[in-house]
Design a protein around this ligand. Structure first.
Ligand code: ADE
Ligand code: ZN
Ligand code: ZN
Length: 305
């Protein structure tokens, strides 16, 4: 599984018929309100990544994380994993920090083209990792950096957070997925996870933390030592900018092959079941990879300080 994703073979994309899009858009509007622009994995995806990372922290990093989280009375990474999505008022202009728009037809990430003024998720992972790793920074600044890093390492693993097809990362591609109106981006942020786990979000983004914690533990238990080593080799911190760019490239390749590549031209019948069967294994691996990579990064950034 790791190998096939490490060097994905782009396959030709199926482009959708305009008339279908229109029909789907009308249907989506009729069945339920499509969500607003989605910015991140949903809270369940972020909690899963944080839980997996938490279980891979070494004792020194775990103590540092606990001390930083304790500044605001928190104890675990999953409690701050979606903070970055809930603070728009305090941090206006941070929307572009959550993604990088690599054109779908491009070969891969190009900082000059895709991350002008360092205003994208790849650059922000590097920047906030440096703040977190710097013991001269004030504890409050390091705690905030921790919140951004935990969130953005997850986001960059969402295929549509590293791709754009003139559609805001799939946000404007309306779909009806398992009978509910949504869009391609929101499917990858949350609907695929919610359907697989049988755990739809409740009001105000509430979710069953125990059930999601169980799902995280199962995903975590399925990670082999070889996968962990391949995904997060030691020495991540000094090359974090290159590593974050490589994670974005993996996401972009998966957007080409699966997120768009497996989207039928004319969704009909049980297409959502077929699509879900293709997408869910990819989502699971992206959550696992984000979790172990986040842990390695925190272990190195907070080692022995
Ligand atoms: N807005 C524009 N592009 C986006 C993307 N790739 N992901 C999330 N929001 C976006
Ligand atoms: Zn986000
Ligand atoms: Zn998103």
């Amino acid at each position: 599984m790791a190998d096939s994703l490490a060097s994905p073979q782009p396959k030709p994309m199926s482009m959708r018929a305009r008339s279908h899009r229109l029909t789907a858009a009308i249907l989506a509007g009729a069945l339920s309100l499509a969500p607003p622009l989605a910015m991140a994995w949903g809270p369940q995806g972020h909690a899963i990544v944080a839980d997996i990372a938490q279980s891979h922290l070494d004792p020194a990093a775990a103590a540092q994380v606990a001390a930083l989280l304790g500044l605001e009375g928190d104890t675990r990474l999953d409690q701050i994993a979606s903070w970055a999505d809930g603070n728009r008022k305090q941090h206006p202009g941070t929307g572009p920090w959550h993604y990088v728009d690599i054109p779908l037809d491009a070969a891969g990430y190009d900082a000059a083209r895709d991350c002008r003024e360092a205003d994208c998720v790849v650059a922000k992972i590097g920047h906030f990792t440096q703040v977190l790793a710097d013991p001269r920074q004030a504890p409050a600044a390091r705690l905030e950096a921790l919140k951004w890093v935990v969130h953005f390492v997850a986001d960059v693993h969402q295929p549509l957070h590293a791709s754009d097809h003139g559609d805001k990362g799939g946000n404007t591609v309306q779909e009806v997925y398992f009978g509910r109106g949504t869009n391609l981006h929101a499917m990858w942020d949350g609907r695929i996870i919610e359907h697989a786990l049988g755990l739809p979000l409740g009001p105000n983004y509430s979710f069953n933390h125990v059930a999601v914690g169980d799902a995280a533990a199962q995903l975590d238990a399925a990670i082999t030592p070889a996968e962990r080593q391949a995904w997060a080799p030691p020495g991540l911190l000094p090359g974090i900018d290159r590593a974050a760019a490589a994670w974005a490239d993996e996401s972009h390749a998966l957007a080409r092959t699966v997120a768009y590549g497996d989207l039928p031209e004319k969704p009909q019948g049980r297409w959502a079941y077929t699509y879900q069967a293709e997408a869910w294994p990819v989502v699971q691996q992206r959550l696992q990879q984000a979790g172990v990579r986040l842990a390695e990064l925190l272990n190195e950034a907070l080692a022995g300080r």
